[in-house]
Design a protein around this ligand. Structure first.
Ligand SMILES: [Zn+2]
Ligand SMILES: [Zn+2]
Length: 71
């Protein structure tokens, strides 16, 4: 598969939308996922360490990422 932005072979895939990207056109963005194993009330009481936060996830630079508020 080729990079979405140029004709280079892709080296990765955007974590958010799935577009293929080469090493030059790879950007990074914070990726957050997971609500953890705890119930909602337990999260308010003691937090949850089972959610995932990747500060340098691969991003194509094309897709429009919105971070939404959640509990
Ligand atoms: Zn490229
Ligand atoms: Zn993308």
């Amino acid at each position: 598969m080729k990079c979405f932005n140029c004709e280079e072979e892709a080296r990765g895939v955007c974590q958010f939308c799935g577009l293929a990207i080469c090493a030059i056109h790879r950007q990074t963005k914070t990726f957050i996922t997971g609500y953890g194993k705890k119930t909602r009330s337990a999260i308010f009481d003691s937090g949850s360490k089972t959610g995932i936060h990747v500060s340098n996830a691969s991003w194509c630079g094309q897709c429009d990422v919105h971070y939404q508020e959640s509990f």
